[in-house]
Design a binder for this molecule. Sequence first.
Ligand SMILES: NC(=O)c1ccc[n+]([C@@H]2O[C@H](COP(=O)([O-])OP(=O)(O)OC[C@H]3O[C@@H](n4cnc5c(N)ncnc54)[C@H](OP(=O)(O)O)[C@@H]3O)[C@@H](O)[C@H]2O)c1
Length: 337
Amino acid sequence: MRALEVEEFGGPEKLKVRDVPKPEVGEYEILIKTAYAGLNFTDIYRSRGDYKNSPTYPTPLPYRLGVEGCGWVEAVGKGVTRIKAGDRVAFTRVHGSQAEYAAIPAIRATKLPDQVSFKRGIAIMSHGITAHYLAHDAYPLELGSKCLIHAAAGGVGQLLVQLAKKQGAEVFGTVGSREKVEIAKARGANHVIEYSKVDFRDEIMRITDGAGVDVVYDSVGKDTLIKSLNSLRLRGFCILYGHASGLVKNFDVLELAEAGSVFLTRPHLQHYVPTEEAYQARALDLLAWLQDGTIDVTIDRVFQLEEAADAIDFLASRQSKGKVLYEVFGEGQKSKF
Ligand SMILES: NC(=O)c1ccc[n+]([C@@H]2O[C@H](COP(=O)([O-])OP(=O)(O)OC[C@H]3O[C@@H](n4cnc5c(N)ncnc54)[C@H](OP(=O)(O)O)[C@@H]3O)[C@@H](O)[C@H]2O)c1
C-alpha cells in the first residue's frame, strides 16, 4: 500500500510516498481503509523534528505521517466491541493516517452518521477537538469573557471563534489578509484585526480602554507571544497552543510578571483527551453541533499524497483558510464490506 513517510527530519522534500506492507490489526485496534487523511501543522512539526525529544508525541524514524483520518473499518481486533467492520469513522490522535490503510486504536474512532460526509466529519476532529478543549477547559469561556484568537480565519481559528461565541464571549480575532477579515467576521468575531497592517496589541488596548482581554489563544508563537502576553488584563491567561511562525525559544519568565502577573500554558491535545470517554465526549459534542448548525466547517483544498510538498507549502505559507485534506480512496468509493 502507499504511505507518506519521512526517513530523516527536514523540509517537505524529505517526504516520500513509499510502498509498505498493509498493517496488521492489533487486539484493541481497527483497520481503516482511508477515504481522506487530514494535514495538520503537527505533520510539519514532526517531519522537521520539532517534537523529536517529546515523550508525548514520539517521532521514531522512519516516521509514517498523519494523525487524523476517516474511512471505512475493514477489520476489528478481538478486544473491540464498540466498532464493527463496515462502519464509517473519523479519528485523530493516531499515527500513520496518511496512507491507504491505517491500524488505529479503536478508542479514537468516532462513528459518522450517514448524513455527515467524510470531509465534514474529519474537519471537526483535530481542529474541532482542539477548539473544544481550548474554549471549555484550557480557559473556560463564559458570558462576557473577552478573548483574542490569532489566525481566526484558519482551521482551528474558525471553529474556535464559533465555540467562543457559543459560550457568550466577546471575540477579538487577528488575520493576515483582507479576505481573511471577512471569513473571521462571517464566523462571528466581534472585532477583526489585520495584524500585518496594525499593531494588534495597540488595537486591543484601544478597543478595551486599556483593560486588555481575559485570554489570548495564540497558535502563531514566535512572532506574537510577547505582544499576546501584553494584550492581557491583569492576571490574564495566554494559551500558546501552536507555533505556526516558529518555536518560541529563550523565553524570559519575567515577561509574565511585567505583562501583569499573567499565566502562560503550552498545551498538547493529548492531555485534554486522556481517556476514551473524554475523547468521545468532545467528538460527539462536535458532531451534534455540526448537524444542528451550531458550527460549520470550511473544506479548503484537497491534495493527493504525491502532492505532499505542495500541500505543506499551502498550509505553511498562510494560504489555507480551513481544512486541508489528502484524498486517498475518496468519498465516493463504496466499502466492499
Ligand atoms: N496544541 C494543540 O492541541 C493543537 C492541536 C491542533 C492544532 N494546533 C495548532 O493550531 C494551529 C492552527 O492549526 P491549523 O491547522 O488550523 O492552521 P491554520 O491556522 O489554518 O494556519 C496557520 C495560520 O497561522 C497564521 N500565521 C501567522 N504567522 C505565520 C507564519 N509565519 N507562518 C505560517 N502561518 C502563520 C496564518 O494565518 P494568518 O494569515 O491569518 O496570520 C496561517 O494561515 C497550529 O499552530 C497548530 O500547531 C495545536
